[in-house]
Design a protein around this ligand. Structure first.
Ligand SMILES: [Ca+2]
Length: 569
């Protein structure tokens, strides 16, 4: 590019920025530039930003993602966002659990940087960078629904559930109703209805001279899936399709998730069927006497999915109320609408429940974005996007730059052009810290590209306690999208393993996640990184020790105390 063109482009960028358009619009070429500038002149005001997030709503339970559940049409309203906007196929959380994912979204930082590694952590108001920066950009900010970051939300208005909150007749902490945390107000009804009522009430009374930034967070469909009574008959007579991996996955997992010769399968990963001795849904929802293991698993799966999908239906119906309001107000097309879940969820895939795992159903977040002024209807992208990128993207739409402490980057250009920036990331980083807590998942980290996933289970708490066998898994996502065939030991993948390990190491260094503060973990990572014969032999010994330890706690029936992550800061 010669100097004159460069100068012209610079001027164009400055012009668009002055009108509230960010880098994405500035990248538009000639004709589109003229259209964009005309639109900018006509709509000198900035777009509203509506960020809607459900709790544990996974992509496979959204029709637009085309999973086995799409045929039962679980989300007709949410699907319209995909029809009118863009669906991101490869959006991932960097730590698949509530508080950490929400902290990544608010800060634009990976867990190790924002300090919210697990459910016990909190996020100080001074670190609510997303809302702070949106406010600086001229937005009226509000946070309504499930918050789960414990500290008072740094928003102009908030009305949030205390902790997990209640499904029925929930309490909220509301700005203007006293001092946090005693500013409790009560509502009657189901939480999804109450949260939508609260958002609509705020939208109706908002200051209409300013654009709004609303984070609307449903509590549903988090466990234990208490749906509103009106959904009792929804799907009652429908046989919910099962995932194949509920039954058959001969080469899934590793010594880390199954133990040597499968000796730990009854202890690792909470299950649908009776497999996990301590916690499984057959115990709750297949209680009739005389059921075989297969019958119990089948019944538990149907009960699980119906409860979950009835909660999803309540979310979808309330989505319609929000969209209808914006349409009636004439603000629908002037609002950038994001829909996501705070992480994915296991709906019986691999006979697992809950999230936390790095397997796709749990790692993937749904992400649908509607903004017809700039995003093409019915578009899709397979770009790799992470939850740490959300804040920078929303700020970009608000015409503001991401502050330098944010590690994420705006994917607005991807939404608007369908193309990745030349140096856009080609891999997602993942780390789950809460070793063997609640759902019996060993601690792990890994890397996911568009074609492969490499996972390392280091299997201990941050102070090295409760060691489970370290092990590696590699999935070839192009050939094996359901991740049922671990090819780590297949010699044909030796070069892939080497390459991915090098890239994983680089990502850990880049994001500052190298366990300098956790020497016990660092030692395990170093000892089992190459996974030679000596390391494999030791992993088998650890597997036997783990089995003995769990057996001595009463065949796994006794509730093991969640191993609390200890931190040095
Ligand atoms: Ca969650």
């Amino acid at each position: 590019m010669n100097r004159m063109n460069a100068d012209r482009r610079q001027t164009r960028r400055q012009f668009l920025k002055a009108l509230g358009f960010g880098a994405g619009a500035a990248a538009l070429a000639g004709g589109r530039f003229l259209r964009a500038s005309a639109a900018a002149a006509a709509h000198a005001k900035k777009p509203n930003v509506l960020f809607i997030m459900s709790d544990d709503h996974c992509a496979q339970a959204i029709g637009a993602y085309g999973s086995r559940l799409a045929k039962i049409n679980p989300t007709p309203v949410i699907d319209t966002l995909a029809k009118d906007g863009m669906l991101l196929e490869n959006c991932f959380c960097t730590n698949s659990i509530c508080t950490p994912s929400r902290a990544c979204i608010m800060t634009g930082q990976y867990s190790i940087q924002n300090g919210a590694l697990d459910l016990t952590d909190r996020l100080q108001p001074a670190n609510h960078y997303l809302s702070i920066e949106m406010r600086k950009a001229g937005y009226q900010t509000a946070m309504i629904g499930k918050w789960h970051l414990k500290e008072e939300p740094n928003f102009e208005y908030y009305k949030v559930l205390p902790g997990q909150g209640k499904y029925h007749d929930p309490d909220f902490r509301e700005k203007g109703k006293g001092n946090w945390p005693r500013n409790i107000v009560h509502m009657k009804g189901h939480s999804s209805d109450c949260i939508a009522d609260s958002s609509l009430a705020w939208l109706k009374r908002r200051d209409k001279t300013r654009p709004f930034f609303l984070m609307h967070h449903f509590k549903a469909p988090h466990d234990m899936f208490d749906y509103a009574a009106r959904y009792e008959d929804y799907l009652a007579d429908v046989d919910i399709p099962e995932p194949e991996s509920l039954w058959k996955q001969p080469n899934f997992g590793s010594i880390a998730t199954r133990g040597a010769d499968d000796e730990l399968v009854r202890y690792i990963g909470t299950s649908i069927g009776r497999r996990n001795l301590r916690r499984n849904y057959a115990k709750s929802w297949a209680k009739e006497k005389g059921l075989t293991d297969e019958q119990a698993k089948r019944q538990a799966y149907q009960a699980y999915l119906k409860k979950y999908l009835r909660c999803v239906k309540g979310v979808d119906d309330n989505m319609k109320r929000l969209l209808d309001y914006l349409r009636d107000e004439g603000e629908l097309d002037n609002t950038v609408i994001f829909y996501t879940g705070d992480q994915g969820f296991m709906l019986g895939e691999h006979d697992y429940q809950d999230k936390r795992w790095m397997y796709d159903e749990s790692q993937r977040m749904p992400m649908l974005v509607r903004y017809p002024k700039a995003i093409r209807a019915g578009s899709k992208s397979d770009a790799i996007v992470e939850n740490v990128d959300f804040a920078a993207t929303m700020l970009d739409f608000a015409g503001a730059a991401a502050p330098k402490q944010m590690q994420g980057r705006s994917f607005r250009p991807i939404l608007e052009t369908g193309k990745e920036q030349a140096d856009w990331k080609q891999a997602a980083y993942y780390r789950y810290w809460m070793h063997m807590a609640h759902h019996d998942n060993p601690a792990h980290f890994g890397i996911r590209t568009k074609t492969h996933k490499l996972i390392f289970y280091y299997g201990c708490t941050t102070d090295g306690a409760n060691q489970t066998p370290p092990g590696w898994e590699l999935y070839d996502l192009a050939k094996d999208p359901r991740e049922v065939n671990n090819v780590y030991d297949d010699p044909a993948y030796a070069a892939t393993v080497k390459d991915l390990k090098a890239r994983l190491k680089q990502l850990r260094e880049k994001y500052g996640d190298t366990d300098e503060k956790y020497p016990a973990v660092k030692k395990i990572v170093e000892e089992f990184w190459d996974y030679d014969e000596a390391a494999r032999k030791k992993a088998v010994e650890i597997s036997h020790e783990t089995l003995a330890r769990y057996k001595s706690r009463g065949q796994g029936k006794e509730r093991r105390k969640p191993t609390k992550t200890k931190k040095t800061k």
